[in-house]
Design a protein around this ligand. Structure first.
Ligand SMILES: *Cc1c(COP(=O)(O)O)cnc(C)c1O
Length: 423
């Protein structure tokens, strides 16, 4: 007999901190307990309790083809039969690397790692090595994984006084982390004036997806590109979410901006653990063993992740991104009308296959405006939707993800459940 989610969570809390292996999954901020998943297929997940859900989390982004895609699974099954890890190069590493450098305009070479966290951390190390500088600029509300230097919160609004965002990170580790509000080019310019000479990199999510979905204002990314070029600072696009999601060639293709380095993860592993970072050859050649910047990994280029990732990208190449974008756009317009009819103020940010419902009259252009949304109402919304078979991200500050496998029925389930939401 299978255990219920409730019983599994009880057992998990005894042996795993908080009962989960990544904090948001615990559903604390939405006042719920996690569901334990038995299986997933297409746009749906199935809990151990025997319930089905239209899934708008999609493993936080990787599953753009939907769960258990036949072509990805065939590649994965074939790879398992050949072995799970060799500690020596395998053909699919070259296959995936070639797909990546072909797809991304700003990527000549790429190095595989095991998570987005590791990729962002390594890209920062490389930028620091290439420039011989230490400081870097990040934007409030952007997430670049949990490596120490990225875990800084603003201290008293003074960027040069960054404070650690968690115990365990020494103040010295984030002393070189400069913070700026997202979409605030003026503030970025000011920081460049003050600290530009000591700055190694600017790292940014070209489309922010970790404070809900926040789009770059016209000129923001262009402005950063120019500031970086003028000051000898490397521009790093963190495309862990946006890579292959907002366009096959990522946000850099969609917005026509070439970063110096790109950080990838999520989709490129087709649901297996992965990360990658790449960019211009002159920088990438600095990485060991062709260069002097050390970075390594026992399971890097893992044959299963490479096979799933390559099959995913080869399938995505022929997918109709435009059609999915139009579907999501139409759906969001229907949702806006639905909430307007109820007199519930919402602002729905959307791009391509992603959207975020913020319970605020909006607009939502940065982390402060994100914070103005009604998180209590989102928590009620989350529970209301899940009780009716729709699985949303268990936090007001995450992005809803759709996939090519979502059926009209999945969207209809969302709309029908939202219709009965009392506020
Ligand atoms: C998910 C994410 C990461 C971290 O990736 P992990 O694989 O969870 O370590 C980094 N940057 C962005 C933009 C992400 O969304």
């Amino acid at each position: 007999m299978t255990l219920s989610s409730r019983e599994l969570f009880r057992q998990a809390q005894e042996c795993i901190p908080g009962g989960v292996n990544s904090p948001v999954r615990a559903c604390l901020s939405v006042g719920a307990e996690p569901l334990f998943v038995d299986s997933a297929k297409g746009g749906r997940i199935f809990s151990v309790d025997g319930n089905a859900y239209a899934d708008f989390v999609q493993s936080w982004g990787p599953m753009l083809l939907g769960h258990a895609h036949p072509r990805v699974f065939a590649a994965l099954h074939a790879a398992v039969d050949r072995g799970t890890s060799f500690g020596a190069p395998c053909p699919d590493e070259v296959r995936l690397a070639r797909l990546l450098v072909k797809a991304l305009p700003a990527m000549d070479m790429v190095r595989m790692v095991n998570s987005g966290t590791e990729a962002a951390m390594s890209a920062l190390r490389l930028a620091r090595a290439c420039t011989g500088r230490s400081a870097f600029l990040k934007f409030e509300g952007c997430y670049h994984g949990h490596a120490d230097p990225f875990l800084a919160a603003a201290g008293s609004g003074v960027a040069s006084l960054s404070l650690p965002g968690t115990p365990g990170v020494p103040p010295t580790t984030v002393a070189d982390t400069l913070l700026c509000p997202y979409n605030d080019l003026k503030k970025a310019e000011k920081l460049f004036e003050e600290r530009g000479e000591g700055m190694a990199a600017v790292i940014v999510e070209p489309l922010a997806g970790n404070m809900g979905l926040v789009l770059p204002l016209p000129g923001f990314l262009e402005g950063l590109r120019e500031l970086c070029s003028r000051n000898g600072v490397l521009l790093i696009f963190d495309e862990v979410i946006t890579g292959f999601r907002v366009a096959y060639g990522g946000a850099q293709t969609r917005f026509g901006i070439n970063p110096d380095l790109t950080v990838l993860g999520k989709i490129i592993g087709g649901g297996l653990p992965i990360g990658a970072y790449g960019g211009k050859a002159e920088y990438m050649r600095r990485i060991a063993p062709s260069g002097d910047v050390y970075q390594a990994g026992t399971l890097s280029g893992n044959p299963l992740a490479m096979a799933a990732g390559a099959a995913t990208l080869e399938t995505l190449k022929d997918c109709d991104y435009h059609a999915l974008e139009q579907r999501v756009e139409k759906f969001c317009l229907r949702l806006e009308k639905l909430f307007a009819d109820k007199n519930i103020p919402v602002r729905i940010n959307r791009c391509a296959s992603m959207f975020s419902v913020f319970f605020t009259p909006g607009p939502v252009r940065n982390f402060v405006e994100v914070g103005a949304a009604d998180a209590g109402r989102y928590a009620r919304f989350f529970r209301h939707m899940r009780d009716r078979g729709v699985f949303l991200a268990p936090s007001a500050f995450e992005t809803a993800m759709t996939s090519f496998a979502h059926s009209d029925g999945d969207f209809d389930a969302f709309e029908a459940a939202a219709r009965s939401f009392g506020g």
